[in-house]
Design a protein around this ligand. Structure first.
Ligand SMILES: [Zn+2]
Length: 81
């Protein structure tokens, strides 16, 4: 599973979603249930586990990808300071 970033054209909502490589282009907007499109291919990383290590892995990824949007990191619960 990879974390992908999606953008909904209908309501302009941006969200991150865990998806398989095969289904990476398929995502439903959590706000309006419309089809959302994948934003950037670089915004992904492999997770060691769903329950353990997620903030650590996400934080590591965030530090390595300084282009990452601050607001989106905060939505994931990652400190941006
Ligand atoms: Zn939407």
């Amino acid at each position: 599973m990879f974390l992908y970033e999606y953008h909904c054209k209908e309501c302009d909502h941006v969200f991150n979603l865990l998806n398989s490589v095969e289904r990476r282009h398929e995502a439903q907007c959590p706000k309006c249930d419309r089809q959302a499109t994948k934003k950037i291919s670089e915004g992904r990383f492999k997770l060691p586990g769903h329950d353990t290590g997620f903030p650590t892995a996400a934080d590591k990824w965030a530090r390595q990808h300084r282009k990452a949007n601050k607001r989106e990191l905060q939505e994931l619960g990652i400190p941006t300071d």
